[in-house]
Write a new protein. Structure first.
Ligand SMILES: C[S@@+](CC[C@H](N)C(=O)[O-])C[C@H]1O[C@@H](n2cnc3c(N)ncnc32)[C@H](O)[C@@H]1O
Length: 195
């Protein structure tokens, strides 16, 4: 199991400073693509829930490009909430009492132990009525894909199958980090789906 991180000023300086894990500009491409795909599928995005929003790059993209969208950004870190302006929530314990058109959970689940990650996935599933954007590196990704200089390696190593088993209870996987809430009833073509 990974040791529990302190998500403090040092953490954000280390992973969003000179050698960042990703940048505001790169997130702009991703947010734009996810938002556009939702519109392509006629799942308009009026509300977004961002889990573990960190520096808030997704939130800032929405504020600039789709200012009418209601955006709720959350993080467990006191530092992130005070510095970047999020609601302080621990997704392992917090289940919102409403649903959102898009849920973003970018780079968070691999910080959680098995019990926490399973609870988080169930809470995310309860909150999603349209799309989920999810990124969480698996054990294989940590061994063979990520840039080990830029990436935090003090995380929990899990197989993709572990995540898929739990995510599949709530979502259908499309690909590229995009999942559709089963309750959305979106009739995807066979070759749009990942399987
Ligand atoms: C790698 S950063 C990702 C930040 C942002 N989503 C991004 O992609 O730039 C991980 C974030 O997850 C947050 N986090 C970790 N555990 C969490 C939890 N249990 N509930 C909510 N946020 C959590 C951390 O505080 C940190 O800001």
């Amino acid at each position: 199991m990974a040791r529990r991180r302190d998500f403090d000023g040092e953490y954000y300086a280390r992973f969003y400073g000179d050698d960042p894990v990703h940048t505001r500009d790169r997130i702009a491409h991703l947010a734009s693509a996810v938002h556009s795909l939702a519109q392509w599928w006629d799942l308009p995005v009026h509300s977004v829930l961002d889990i573990g929003a960190g520096p808030g790059y997704w939130r800032d993209w929405y504020a600039r490009n789709a200012p009418g969208v209601e955006y709720v950004s959350t993080d467990v870190s006191e530092h992130a909430c005070a510095t970047y302006g999020h609601e302080q929530r621990d997704i392992t314990q917090w289940r919102p009492d409403r649903r959102f058109d898009l849920v973003v959970c970018h780079g968070v689940l691999h910080y959680l132990d098995a019990r926490g990650a399973e609870a988080a996935i169930d809470n995310i599933g309860a909150a999603a009525k349209g799309l989920l954007y999810l990124e969480a590196p698996t054990a294989t990704d940590l061994d063979t894909v990520v840039d080990t200089e830029a990436t935090d390696m003090s995380v929990t190593r899990r197989a993709a199958s572990w995540y898929r088993t739990r995510l599949n209870r709530h979502f259908e996987q499309v690909g590229a980090g995009i999942w559709v809430a089963r309750r959305a009833g979106l009739p995807l073509y066979e070759l749009e789906r990942s399987r």
